[in-house]
Design a protein around this ligand. Structure first.
Ligand SMILES: Cc1cc2nc3c(=O)[nH]c(=O)nc-3n(C[C@H](O)[C@H](O)[C@H](O)COP(=O)(O)O)c2cc1C
Length: 243
């Protein structure tokens, strides 16, 4: 297994195999205030563009927000997220309505596991809302990535965005950095389009909090489950396909 090599990360000599990075990456939802070196982020974003995309379109458009612009965004969203729970209409629905099984149960399980670690009861709507709003403070992260896409792009190119973003998260992990992808930002399409100064033919897909995990935060102990292989893989093998 080849290593993710870090020659573009001065001071970070460690290497991590792809397997190790895939296993170690988790969504982190509490970050230390320690800054993230911009050179490291630049190197990650550049290398992640080796991700494949249909026809090599490379449809990802990334905005990096940190320092004073991020303070401005966090202040803006602290107000906006209290004014409205979301802007209407949104550019895309995050989940299908209704969300069928087994997906609904998986979503509920991960949410409940997170709220349990935060010691927030199911009935405590106030604290749940407050927690949701933490998304818009990037969970304390000092740097945010915002992934945008041309509106003309369809499902195949959105899949390409996913490949790019996962590659970013793995390369960050290999450099000791953590992340949390955040579709929650799509609840505020107009605020974000204005803030990022997006042209009308582009839209926000998701944000990503990037930083150094707070090792003492209980929420960061969340390790989500995965369905067993048999639940999502069907092997068509052998002489006769009688599966
Ligand atoms: C595209 C995408 C958007 C996500 N949006 C959010 C979000 O808005 N807020 C959040 O707390 N987690 C978000 N997540 C994190 C998922 O909840 C998380 O990936 C999932 O529960 C699996 O956990 P893991 O990442 O720790 O393996 C998002 C993940 C992805 C891939």
């Amino acid at each position: 297994m080849s290593d993710l090599i870090l020659e573009d990360s001065p001071g970070h000599e460690q290497t991590m195999t792809v397997d190790e990075a895939v296993t170690a990456r988790r969504s982190i939802r509490a970050f230390l205030p320690r800054p993230v070196p911009l050179d490291t982020v630049r190197g990650v974003l550049e290398r992640a563009a080796r991700a494949p995309s249909g026809g090599n379109l490379q449809p990802w458009r990334i905005h990096v927000v940190t320092d004073a612009p991020l303070s401005k965004l966090k202040a803006l969203m602290a107000v906006r997220a209290r004014e409205v729970p979301q802007e209407a209409p949104v550019d895309y629905e995050i989940y299908p309505t209704p969300l069928p099984e087994p997906y609904k149960a998986r979503r509920t399980a991960c949410g409940e596991a997170m709220y349990a670690l935060l010691d927030i009861a199911r009935t405590d709507r106030e604290r749940r809302w407050n927690r949701l709003r933490e998304n818009f403070q990037l969970f304390g992260a000092p740097l945010g990535l915002f992934c945008c896409v041309d509106r003309c792009m369809g499902a195949p190119q959105w899949a390409d965005l996913g490949m790019y973003l996962q590659t970013v998260m793995l390369l960050l992990k290999a450099r000791g950095l953590d992340s949390c992808a955040q579709e929650a930002w799509a609840l505020y399409p107009r605020t974000m389009a204005a803030f990022l100064r997006l042209p009308d033919d582009q839209m926000l897909f998701c944000g990503m909090a990037v930083g150094w995990a707070d090792p003492d935060a209980p929420v960061n102990r969340l390790v989500t489950e995965r369905a067993p292989l048999e639940a999502f893989v069907r092997f068509h093998t052998g002489d006769a396909d009688d599966s």
